[in-house]
Ligand binder design. Sequence first.
Ligand code: AHM
Ligand code: MG
Length: 325
Amino acid sequence: MPVAEKRTTLQEYVTSEWQDKPQTSGLGAVIMAIAEGSCRVQALVQQAALADVLGVTGETNIQGEIVERLDTASSDIFVETLSQSGHVAAIGCEEIEKPVIVEGEVADGFIVLMDPLDGSSNIDVAVSIGSIFGIWRKRPDETVNDDSLLRPGNEQVAAAYVVYGSSTILVLATKNNVCGFTLDVGSGKFSVTHPNIKIPADCLYYSTNEGNNKVLDEPTRKAITLLRNKYSQRYVGSLVADFHRNLLKGGIFAYPADQNRKDGRLRLMYEANPLGFVVEQAGGAASTGFQRILDIIPKQLHQRTPLILGNKDVVEETVSVISAG
Ligand code: AHM
Ligand code: MG
């Protein structure tokens, strides 16, 4: 019997979690749209060059970064599945300059912010990549416009990410509950494999781009040195994969501000906020070095932020060194 048949499927999970709960009505459909999209994206990731999806499009995105063909394909797939879910009012996406306002908006709609393909530099070299989603409930009676997407991370109702690695795993976080589901490629179904994820008490790893050491300010360099002296280094260069390992094994990820990146490297709305939400629900913490990520009042859809997240005690210690100035 295929393994997936013996376990609770994602569909069963969302049905049992949220049916009869008006405040989360429709959220299950949004999650299943993410699952359907990620199933399609993982098929492209697996086929890679065979599906003719590797290489660059020749365009740069709103961040001025080179767009890989798989970035565009993933963005198109998730915009399609989320728009067709019937419960998404607007989508903000790393690859699309302006928000996608979904026609035929429904009253109980959600707003989804996404990085459809995280880890672009690893696409062509068969290293783990992923997708990241933050989910906000549309305000009652709100007519959605571009500004409707600029909500702080602490208003998220759920967040999810998918890692396309040696297996494909979807991690879903709602208030106080983080659950991991593994894809059975044969049936196309995700089933529970990692219930009730809590970040382990002991931090094993630190993940940072050591090549940036020379452009760090003195307090930040000191904070990274403390991490280097205590923990093993692991750095994939795909945020979602580095984050997932640290969540399951115990660890801290740091992409702080530096001389070349005064606002940091990573994006607030569809990288830092969703993963900040996940890590907090799993008992960890997420900070800029000076402020809780989820409390940032956003000004722009594509704004960047320094990001330090993982084990709460280690994040707090790191932040205290950085902010001591
Ligand atoms: P992407 O969303 O375009 O893939 O860029 C974000 C990625 C993260 O996944 C990763 O943590 C970071 O960029 C790596 O940056 P660097 O190569 O500077 O270490
Ligand atoms: Mg990314």
